[in-house]
Write a protein that binds this ligand. Structure first.
Ligand code: ATP
Ligand code: MG
Length: 201
């Protein structure tokens, strides 16, 4: 296998996805892309693990706080603070109670462009504006506006790594290296073989 086929991404089916009995439907969508499942487990994460997970990218508080501020501006609501880092800290507290509220399903998927393909199928963060056809767009109904009024996380069924750098760090946080399966999936021949000269007798 060449390196391009080894790209990995971490997906978490969050507690709302488990409770909405969407585990099978969500896995089916990722599985049908041709990506390969190489690790999976069900856990109730501690708050500490969730905190570490969202802080693997040191830029995350700034990014998520800036997005939060923009959503307050869009909806004309007054933010509790105009400092993105204060808003990010509220979002993180919400995420800690959301993700540790019950079991989640954590998976590693591998294959060409794994991070980008999974982000595309998952859809953008806010279900109200996620594209039709994406998991977040098709299977749930939350918005920044309602989540902010209730001072809780946007419930959007899934976490998916946003870069390969982030996925490497996230995978190391959730899995031991021996939990990642190294195996051949026969479908991969059709996806990656240059000449497809293995099909006929
Ligand atoms: P994820 O990282 O879960 O795939 P994402 O990359 O689309 O989602 P981020 O901006 O990294 O989104 O935010 C992480 C998670 O925090 C979101 O999935 C959502 O559950 C929650 N969240 C983000 N912004 C807000 C906000 N302004 N208010 C409430 N919850 C938020
Ligand atoms: Mg993210």
């Amino acid at each position: 296998m060449v390196d391009i086929q080894k790209e990995k991404t971490l997906i978490i089916i969050k507690p709302d996805g488990v409770q909405r009995t969407l585990i099978g439907e969500i896995i089916k969508r990722y599985e049908k892309t041709g990506l390969k499942l190489i690790a999976m487990k069900m856990v109730i994460p501690t708050g500490e693990l969730v905190d570490k997970h969202y802080n693997v990218d040191p830029e995350w508080p700034q990014k998520v706080g800036t997005k939060a501020l923009a959503s307050y501006e869009r909806t004309g609501k007054t933010p509790p603070s105009t400092d993105p880092l204060v808003l990010a800290s509220n979002v993180l507290n919400g995420l800690i109670s959301y993700l540790s509220s019950g079991p989640v399903v954590v998976m590693v998927w591998q294959g060409m462009h794994a991070v980008g393909i999974v982000r595309k199928i998952t859809g953008s963060t806010e279900p109200l504006s996620s594209d039709v056809g994406t998991i977040r767009g098709d299977f749930t109904i939350d918005s920044y506006e309602v989540a902010d009024i209730a001072n809780r996380s946007v419930r959007n069924l899934i976490h998916a790594s946003s870069s390969t750098e982030e996925s490497e760090k996230e995978i190391a946080l959730w899995f031991r290296s021996e939990e990642l399966m190294n195996y051949r999936l026969f479908n991969e021949t059709v996806l990656y073989d240059t000449n497809l000269d293995c099909l006929l007798d």
